[in-house]
Design a binder for this molecule. Structure first.
Ligand SMILES: *[C@@H]1O[C@H](CO)[C@@H](O)[C@H](O)[C@H]1NC(C)=O
Length: 176
């Protein structure tokens, strides 16, 4: 009889679904696309969250390098990323620090021709503010303790997650 495991698994699922944020991967075409100029990053301005990854997908002989904040066509020092590649290659970089990162191609003439852009990390104004830089992330409400099934019906309770519903259902199934 494995039914006794269901409440625990459901509780874990409930916490996992409400407490985790998935890191995303964003693709930037290096050297344009079939429908955009060759000497570009596409998109050239990206807004990502701390912990997200950028995949630089090369469509020609270029570099995807971090430019200095003062002159986006010269190298940053220190720099977080400096990839050199050719068509078909890709490189991933995960941004774990909030900030504004210039990117450009180091090949002479390319940056001046417009092959540059900006990656904004952790500045997104959309949805919830995942302020992981402050170290005080959003607090997570714990699942109700076992045996307090009646609290699901309490007015003003937090929104019930699927996991909690399953937990409650399983508890009632066992208890009944
Ligand atoms: C970069 O990440 C993508 C998506 O996860 C993956 O398909 C690709 O193989 C990675 N590239 C490298 C060089 O690791």
């Amino acid at each position: 009889m494995q039914l006794t495991h269901i409440p625990l698994i459901s509780a874990i699922l409930g916490v996992a679904m409400t407490g985790s944020t998935m890191a995303a991967t964003h693709t930037i075409d290096v050297g344009g696309t079939s429908s955009s100029p060759a000497l570009t990053f596409v998109p050239s301005n990206v807004n990502i969250a701390v912990g997200d990854t950028v995949m630089f997908a090369f469509n020609g002989d270029h570099t995807a390098s971090q430019g200095s904040s003062g002159d986006p066509c010269s190298p940053a020092s220190p720099s977080e990323f400096d990839f050199s590649g050719n068509a078909g290659q890709n490189f991933n970089h995960t941004f774990n620090t909030a900030g504004s990162f210039n990117m450009y191609c180091k090949i002479p003439g390319h940056c001046d021709a417009g092959m540059k852009g900006v990656i904004l990390v952790g500045q997104a104004s959309s949805s919830s503010s995942s302020s992981s830089s402050s170290g005080t992330g959003p607090t997570m409400s714990p699942p109700p303790p076992y045996g307090s099934g009646a609290s699901f019906l309490t007015p003003g309770a937090k929104p019930i997650t699927l996991g909690c519903l399953l937990t409650g259902a399983a508890m009632f199934a066992i208890a009944g």
